[in-house]
Design a protein around this ligand. Structure first.
Ligand code: SF4
Length: 400
C-alpha cells in the first residue's frame, strides 16, 4: 500500500478528480498560485535562518536579502496571481513583512534545540502497518522542558480559531509520526506560526483524540484504495486547480476562452447554450405568467364555491361559459411518517390486509441501496430485480 501525506488525503476529499490527475495519473503541472509561491519562499527563509543558527544568528538584513534572492531565482511564468489589481511586488513585500515580524518576535531563536528542518518523516499509522503515512515537518524542536514541538508556518490570510486548530489533522498526524519514530517522547506540542497576523497558536492532543484520528484516516485511505470513479467536485478551490484543460466541468470554458471573442458565437457548444438560455428565459417568463393566472384561478375557484354554497346551485352561468361546482366527501389518510400513519399500518397488519394495500417505495429502496444499509446477501438477492439507466438533468445557470 502506498504512503499517504496529509495533503494527498485532503486532496481526495476536496476533489477526487484532481486527486486522480495528481496522484493516480501523475500529470505534472508547473502552475502554482502566488500564495503558495510566497509560502514556499517564507519556508525557505526559515529553513536557512535555523540552519545558520547552529553557527550564528543571521542579521535581519541578511535574512531579507536571502529571501529577495530566493524570490527572484524561483519566480517563473507559471506563478498565477488571481486577485485582480495585485502584483508580484505586492506579494513579495508581504513576505518581507512576515519575515520581519517573525524575526522580531523570535529573536535570538534560542527557544529550544532544532531536531529537524523540513524534516521528512515516514511512519505506519497503525500497529499492523497496514496504513502508511508520510509528511514534512517545517521545524521539529526539543523544548527546554523535554517536550517535542512540531512547528508549522502558515502564510495564509485566514486566522483559524482555536477549535479549528484543535481539530487540525496535519500536525496531529505529524504527532502520531513523531511518537512512532521516537517512542520515548513524553509530550508533544503542536505549534502554528500564523505569520500574516504575527500570531502563534498551540494545541495538544490526547491519546484518545489521536486514536480517533488514526481510525478516520484509516477509513479515508480505505475509501481512496477502493475508488474506481473520481468525480469532479466544484468549489472555490477550483481557482487554484491546474487541471482545467482536463476537467469536464472546466475544459469547455478553457476552450471557448481561448477563442477570439468574435468567434465565440459560432462555437457548437456556445450555439447550443445560447439557444437553450433563450428558450429557458422565455419559459421562465411564461411560468411566471402561468403562476399569476393560477393564483387568479384559485381565488375565482374559492369565490365560485362560496357562491354555489350560498345560492344552493351546482352550475353557475357566465356569458360564454358555465361553471359546475360539485362537492364530494373524500377520505384523508394520515401523512407518511406520522404517528397516526404508523398506527394505521399496524391496524392494517393486525387485520391481515396489509399486503393488499402496501406498495413498494422505489425511492426509499434506491436510497437504502445507495447508502449500503443492507448487507451484501440482501443486495445480491434484490440485484435480479434492478436494471440501470443513465438519467440526465439539464439545468441552466445564468451568468451573473
Ligand atoms: S477544476 Fe475543480 S472540479 Fe475540476 S478537477 Fe480541478 S478542483 Fe476538481
Amino acid at each position: 500500500m502506498p504512503e499517504y501525506s496529509i495533503s494527498q488525503l485532503g486532496k481526495f476529499e476536496e476533489c477526487a478528480l484532481q486527486y486522480k490527475f495528481l496522484y493516480v495519473d501523475k500529470i505534472k503541472r508547473y502552475e502554482e498560485g502566488v500564495e503558495a509561491f510566497l509560502g514556499q519562499r517564507f519556508h525557505d527563509a526559515m529553513e536557512w535562518l535555523y540552519k545558520e543558527r547552529a553557527f550564528r544568528v543571521v542579521p535581519l538584513e541578511e535574512l531579507l536579502e536571502y529571501y529577495e534572492k530566493d524570490w527572484a531565482k524561483q519566480w517563473h511564468a507559471e506563478v498565477k496571481i488571481r486577485k485582480e489589481g495585485r502584483t508580484q511586488d505586492d506579494y513579495r513585500l508581504m513576505g518581507r513583512r512576515f519575515i520581519e515580524d517573525y524575526y522580531k518576535r523570535h529573536y535570538p531563536f534560542d527557544e529550544g534545540c532544532v531536531l529537524g528542518l523540513e524534516k521528512y518523516i515516514r511512519f505506519p499509522l497503525d500497529d499492523s502497518g497496514r496504513y502508511k503515512c508520510k509528511g514534512i515537518i517545517d521545524r521539529l524542536m526539543l523544548a527546554p522542558d523535554g517536550a517535542f514541538e512540531v512547528h508549522d508556518y502558515k502564510t495564509g490570510s485566514k486566522l483559524p480559531d482555536q477549535a479549528e486548530l484543535d481539530k487540525d489533522r496535519q500536525l496531529a498526524l505529524y504527532q502520531i509520526g513523531v511518537q512512532k519514530l521516537w517512542p520515548d517522547v513524553k509530550e508533544a506540542r503542536l505549534i502554528w506560526h500564523l505569520v500574516a497576523f504575527d500570531v502563534e497558536m498551540r494545541s495538544m492532543r490526547t491519546p484518545e483524540a489521536l486514536d480517533v484520528l488514526k481510525k478516520e484516516i484509516g477509513e479515508l485511505i480505505d475509501r481512496i484504495e477502493a475508488a474506481t470513479e473520481y468525480e469532479p467536485h466544484e468549489s472555490p478551490l477550483c481557482d487554484w486547480c491546474p487541471y482545467w484543460d482536463l476537467c469536464p466541468v472546466k475544459k469547455h470554458l478553457v476552450k471557448v476562452e481561448a477563442l477570439p471573442k468574435d468567434k465565440w458565437k459560432d462555437e457548437p457548444g456556445v450555439v447550443i447554450v445560447d439557444a437553450y438560455a433563450e428558450r429557458w428565459r422565455k419559459k421562465r417568463e411564461l411560468d411566471t405568467e402561468i403562476k399569476g393566472v393560477e393564483g387568479e384561478l384559485d381565488e375565482l375557484r374559492d369565490a365560485a364555491i362560496s357562491f354555489a354554497e350560498k345560492e344552493g346551485v351546482q352550475v353557475i352561468a357566465g356569458t360564454e361559459a358555465r361553471l359546475r361546482v360539485t362537492g364530494k366527501e373524500r377520505n384523508v389518510w394520515p401523512a407518511k411518517g406520522s404517528a397516526e400513519r404508523e398506527a394505521l399500518e399496524q391496524e392494517l397488519r393486525a387485520a391481515g390486509v396489509w399486503d393488499e394495500v402496501s406498495t413498494l417505495d422505489a425511492s426509499a429502496l434506491e436510497k437504502a441501496v445507495a447508502e449500503g444499509k443492507w448487507g451484501p446477501d440482501v443486495l445480491e438477492r434484490i440485484k435480479a430485480y434492478v436494471s440501470t439507466e443513465k438519467r440526465y438533468t439539464v439545468t441552466l445557470k445564468e451568468e451573473a
